[in-house]
Design a protein around this ligand. Structure first.
Ligand code: GLU
Length: 333
């Protein structure tokens, strides 16, 4: 009898121990400011993965960060497991250009998939009289915070029109602060490379100070598109922001948001992330209006870093590899 009780207690302890021992894998996704699209995108991706905790044991969480450049560097250093980054920044990091010119090509960077389109968006107060890029001369303009992706986009656009940064009063604050600064009249305009619609531009267009979105087009943009292959033409639909004083869709140029990781992140984790998004694609698309135009094939375009082997495993199973640029498929471990 005594022995039986001992055995029962022992069995109970083993059961409790094995339950508590179910390992949880914590995974962090770096995003952007809370009013942008990266932050809710990190939320949407982690929701899809966390829904299947039983199968993967993964608990994904989201971090609000400075943006693309910060995310790429933190993924490379191992501080973040995944990050959302603009396709143009991914290109520069892989090739060792721009912010990475001194340290060289970032060979550990891996792509998972691309997400929504992002437009270079220039918001200006109506009373500033800014209706084209050259009107920015002498104005107080936010170009983007260090660590963001848009800082370089603002510089590329200004350069295309021959406007030097010292010809305007450049500010370098986070995009989340810019609408407030325009509304309290301490700033005339701000750049933000972002998906649409988003809360930031809604905030900027719905205040006391009337604002509009400035078109980014013309011969200087035609030349820029020829010189920098990662930019594409796009438009910002006017009806997303009915309180702006625009009356038509606004032409501009843009890039794509992409999900990146490092070769050091395990195949199993990256496989789980890829599979959950692609297998539940219909549900994923409902999680943000900026995903309206997403297609599975489209999510394999706009990548420059080799595709992570964990993601590739899923694309092979799903018969999607033909949509991936062959040069990105060499990174199998
Ligand atoms: N494209 C921006 C950046 O890389 C972030 C946009 C967003 O948070 O949606 O800095």
């Amino acid at each position: 009898m005594k022995n039986l009780r001992l055995i029962l207690i022992l069995l109970l302890l083993i059961a409790i121990f094995s339950c508590a021992k179910q390992d949880v894998i914590f995974v962090t996704i770096g995003t952007g400011g809370v009013t942008g699209v990266y932050y809710p995108t990190g939320g949407a991706i982690s929701k899809m993965v966390n829904n299947n905790f039983k199968e993967y044991g993964i608990k994904a969480t989201v971090e609000s960060t400075a943006g693309s450049v910060y995310n790429i560097n933190s993924v490379l250093s191992g501080d973040l497991d995944f990050g959302i980054a603009q396709s143009d920044r991914q290109y520069q990091a892989v090739k060792g250009l721009s912010e990475w010119a001194e340290i060289g090509p970032q060979e550990k960077l891996r792509s998972v998939f691309s997400i929504h389109p992002e437009a270079i968006t220039l918001i200006a107060a109506d009373k500033s009289g800014i209706s084209r890029i050259t009107d920015l001369v002498g104005a107080r303009v936010n170009l983007g915070n260090p660590g963001s992706g848009q800082l370089q986009n603002s510089r590329d656009v200004l350069e295309a029109f021959g406007v030097n940064e010292d010809m305007l009063k450049g500010e370098y604050v986070k995009a989340a602060e810019a609408p407030g600064l325009v509304q309290d009249e301490s700033m005339d305009a701000f750049f933000y490379t972002v998906g649409h619609p988003n809360d930031n531009i809604k905030e900027a267009t719905s205040g006391r100070i009337k604002v509009h979105i400035v078109p980014i087009e013309g011969a200087p943009i035609d030349s820029l598109l020829e010189a920098l292959p990662y930019y594409d033409r796009t438009i910002i639909p006017h009806d997303y922001y009915e309180l702006s004083t625009n009356t038509e869709d606004v032409p501009t140029i843009g890039v794509k948001a992409t999900l990146i990781t490092s070769e050091d992140v395990s195949d199993d984790i990256v496989y789980a992330f890829t599979k959950e998004i692609f297998e539940n694609f219909g549900e994923f698309k409902t999680l943000h209006p900026a995903y309206r135009t997403l297609t599975k094939e489209g999510m394999l375009k706009g990548l420059t870093a080799p595709v992570h082997p964990g993601a590739l495993k899923y694309y092979k199973e799903a018969g999607l590899t033909e949509h991936i640029k062959p040069s990105l498929i060499h990174a199998e471990k």
